[in-house]
Design a protein around this ligand. Structure first.
Ligand SMILES: NC(=O)c1ccc[n+]([C@@H]2O[C@H](COP(=O)([O-])OP(=O)(O)OC[C@H]3O[C@@H](n4cnc5c(N)ncnc54)[C@H](O)[C@@H]3O)[C@@H](O)[C@H]2O)c1
Length: 263
């Protein structure tokens, strides 16, 4: 029997992309899942998939993680339902494109709220529960934390904040027996670039992925969802008991290669 069969895992941003793939993989291993997302329709679909795939129990919480009350409600409902928490996967996030000159300063709060503050808040609320289970936290950072991208300034800043947070939280929570790690994937074709108004003329998905692929030193598409799933299942498991404060890059060596040429 999988070690996850006796575990409760909370995943934010579980209705799409990496979050959906992680939820389905853990469901196959019999985990109990608390799935949190603001997209009610897709969250319902993923919840059904997870039940069919073999999850012990699934709780779906519709919540906008830029609202602090929603985060508190999501954690409270999780604990009321399962009475424990073993793993917190802070995954929800959005990307924003824009340079220093053309990024609207008013958009700072919105992206930092979701990509950084929500992860901090969930982690803080999870500490007493993870202390009891000697559990762990996994943050979804990005190679954007390491590879400087002048066309996605706020996004890179949020991911760099997250890798800092991962290390400092690992240091601060070690005495409670809680591990904290992050994964830093390169580009993967999920729904993240599909937000209306995000892309514009000359900057479509193919251009962005083309730039990313140029920096792959192993060649090819940077990351598949399964690569992220495999890394998260490992970091969340007892096999990774010696690992904390690690920001694991899944990037075919892109961070080593540095920023791709802009044209
Ligand atoms: N796809 C990539 O290329 C890539 C690479 C590195 C890191 N990441 C990171 O992976 C994470 C997941 O992204 P993805 O690629 O799976 O994207 P995605 O758009 O497919 O999934 C993101 C999920 O987050 C949810 N979400 C967005 N805003 C929310 C809010 N305010 N409240 C609650 N839920 C909200 C969405 O509804 C969606 O279900 C993000 O943190 C992203 O930065 C993505």
């Amino acid at each position: 029997m999988s070690e996850f069969a006796s575990k409760v895992v909370l995943i934010t941003g579980a209705a799409s992309g990496f979050g959906e793939a992680i939820a389905c993989a853990l469901a196959k291993k019999g985990a109990s899942l608390s799935l949190v997302d603001r997209d009610e329709e897709n969250l319902g679909k993923v919840t059904e998939q997870c039940k069919k795939a073999g999850a012990t129990k699934v709780l779906a919480v519709v919540a906008d993680l830029r609202i602090e009350g929603d985060i508190v409600r999501a954690m409270n409902e999780t604990i009321e339902t399962f009475d424990r928490l073993d793993v917190l996967v802070n995954n929800a996030g959005i990307i924003q494109l824009g340079s220093v000159e053309d990024t609207p300063v008013e958009s700072f709060d919105s992206i930092f709220h979701l990509n950084v503050k929500a992860h901090f808040h969930f982690t803080q609320l999870a500490v007493p529960h993870l202390e009891k289970t000697k559990g762990n936290v996994i943050n979804m950072a990005s190679t954007a934390a390491e590879i400087l991208s002048p066309i996605a300034v706020f996004y890179g800043m949020t991911k760099a904040a997250l890798t800092y947070f991962t290390k400092t939280a690992a240091l601060g929570l070690a005495e409670k027996g809680i591990r904290v790690n992050a994964v830093c994937p390169g580009a993967c074709r999920t729904n993240i670039l599909k937000r209306p108004g995000l892309l514009g003329p000359g900057l479509d998905e193919d251009v962005l992925f083309g730039m990313e692929e140029k920096s792959s030193i192993l060649g090819g598409v940077l990351v598949e969802k399964q690569d992220v799933v495999d890394a998260i299942l490992f970091l969340a498991s007892d096999s990774a008991r010696t690992i904390t404060g690690s920001n694991l890059c899944l990037d075919r060596g892109a961070v080593l290669a540095g920023p791709p040429a802009m044209s």
